[in-house]
Design a protein around this ligand. Structure first.
Ligand code: C2E
Ligand code: MG
Ligand code: MG
Ligand code: MG
Length: 292
């Protein structure tokens, strides 16, 4: 139903909109409380090399355990945190906590893997990127080479010159930069030549479609070739079955992330024997002992 409000502003109103707004404000308030009461945690998902299934890095993914609602997914609360700028406070906690965890693993001998942290566009805009990241890793005692930042393709396109320069300076320090969800942000391909990046993560969409749809298959292959030509490491996101693994392996994609290898896990589980056993098993047989 459409109507004008008192000031003559034309509004389209639906009851559904009211409930969306209520949910928005409810979750925002609850997130503020959660920040103060340890209701956020981090989970970690391994990204492995296709050739030997060894771990290249862990992506750090935030989790919210609500005392009443149970687990709330980041696809619901991250956009609200971004819209309200609460992502700044939450993102400070995530980056430090991720670096602190990786620093502990690093000191325990895991010196070959990195930790990767998702950075939202709001953080790129409002944090002094270079100083913020360097101060955080120093406080956590983490060497720069053990950190990677994931920035979605659409945020890269909107990034200011200042942000791009900060990213370049961070790379010079040894931090790895990845374009996340590649293929969904409509960047012109020539911007790839200009961006300060080391890794392309191809969006799950292409992996989902490639076995059934020849056009997606071709695009996936082209992105992978382009990545190789530009000396970028290519990661396939969301690999769930052996068929998809085989497809990306044949295309020469170097790394995969997905439920076939492992779901995101708690810090306690991820470094355990269970995971190592599973990875060895996949390397040897191509099958996942965690799958039914
Ligand atoms: P993303 O950065 O692209 O992260 C990958 C998402 O794909 C994760 O979802 C992961 O659990 C999921 N995934 C990985 N492998 C598979 C698979 O084989 N099948 C399926 N169906 N899904 C798979 P998650 O944890 O729900 O996060 C969703 C999005 O929320 C992330 O997408 C990212 O954009 C955002 N997000 C999560 N954690 C953070 C964070 O700490 N900071 C920020 N700024 N954003 C975050
Ligand atoms: Mg990511
Ligand atoms: Mg992604
Ligand atoms: Mg994604």
């Amino acid at each position: 139903r459409a109507k004008t409000d008192g000031r003559g502003i034309f509004r389209v109103y639906s009851p559904e909109m009211g409930s969306k707004m209520r949910r928005y404000h409810y979750l925002l308030e609850e997130m503020r409380l959660a920040l103060g009461s340890n209701n956020f945690s981090l989970s970690f998902q391994p990204i492995v090399h296709v050739d030997d299934c060894s771990i290249d890095y862990f992506e750090c993914l935030v989790r919210w355990h609500h005392p009443v609602e149970g687990t709330i997914t980041p696809t619901e609360f991250i956009p609200i945190a971004e819209e309200s700028n609460l992502i700044l406070e939450l993102g400070d906690w995530i980056l430090f906590e991720a670096c602190r965890q990786m620093s502990a693993w690093y000191n325990a001998g895991m010196t070959k893997v990195r930790i990767s942290v998702n950075i939202s566009g709001v953080q790129l805009k409002h944090r002094k990127l270079y100083d913020w990241v360097i101060e955080t890793i120093e406080k956590a005692g983490l060497p720069p080479k053990a950190l990677m930042l994931e920035i979605t393709e659409s945020c890269f396109i909107e990034a200011s010159r200042e942000t791009t320069e900060s990213l370049q300076k961070l790379r010079e320090k040894g931090i790895t930069i990845a374009i996340d969800d590649f293929g969904t942000g409509f960047s012109s391909l020539c911007t790839l030549a200009e961006l300060p990046v080391d890794v392309i993560k191809i969006d799950k969409l292409f992996i989902d479609q490639a076995n059934d749809n020849p056009k997606y298959n071709k695009i996936l292959n082209s992105i992978s070739e382009l990545g190789k030509d530009l000396n970028l490491k290519v990661v396939a996101e969301g690999v769930e079955c052996a068929e998809q693994f085989e497809l990306v392996r044949k295309m020469g994609i170097q790394c995969v992330q997905g439920y076939l290898v492992s779901k995101p896990e708690t810090s306690n589980n991820v470094g355990t024997k269970v995971l190592r056993t599973n990875l060895n098993h996949i390397a040897a047989t191509g099958t996942n002992i965690w799958l039914p």
